[in-house]
Design a protein. Sequence first.
Length: 220
Amino acid sequence: MVELAELRSTTLADGVEDSLLAYIRRSNLTPGDLLPKEEELAEQLKVSRHIVREGVSRLKTLGLVESRKHKGMILTRPNVFAGVSKLAEARLFSENECRELMQMRAYMELGMTESIFRKKTPESLKELRQLAGSRRKHPTMEEEIAFHSKLVSIGGNAMGGEFLKILTTAFTYIFEQGAGKHVTPFHTDLCDALEGDSWEEFYQTMKAHFKPYLPNGSQN
């Protein structure tokens, strides 16, 4: 059994958290595996059970650990964006953070254009057309999220889809500022480019579509 190192840090709860993460790595634990009981952790780390609970609670907040009745603490597969999602739900992002999140989103999708182009199917293109709506019509915030979530899913990146879902705060800020009303090419134009013969053309169309979200990219 892998031993936990005795804590010597003055920030004991931080030490519990760090020590447990190191224990998980060294023990090659996988989701579903049991962690030592609270009393075992307290004894090995030379701290009180109260401190152990505080440190463990941080890992629970991250979705990395959960308590199971009659089993104890087990390692779980965390949601990578859990913390960011909580911040988004509480609308704690600043205006500048919202702009930077939208930039990250634009760069992410631009980086996926070739994958999206290569993995498209007639069925996925049909679904995307339905989400694109009418030609020459600016989308609502909900339509924008739904369309681009579908694009990311075509590219096969589930994490990218989760990232888009938590950007409601950033989307809300951008649309309140009016940037969403000046986005061209339209979604239908993106569909046209995606159905074409060149992924480079699709990339350029996407880049033009994201221009209002990129630095110095606002359109009049």
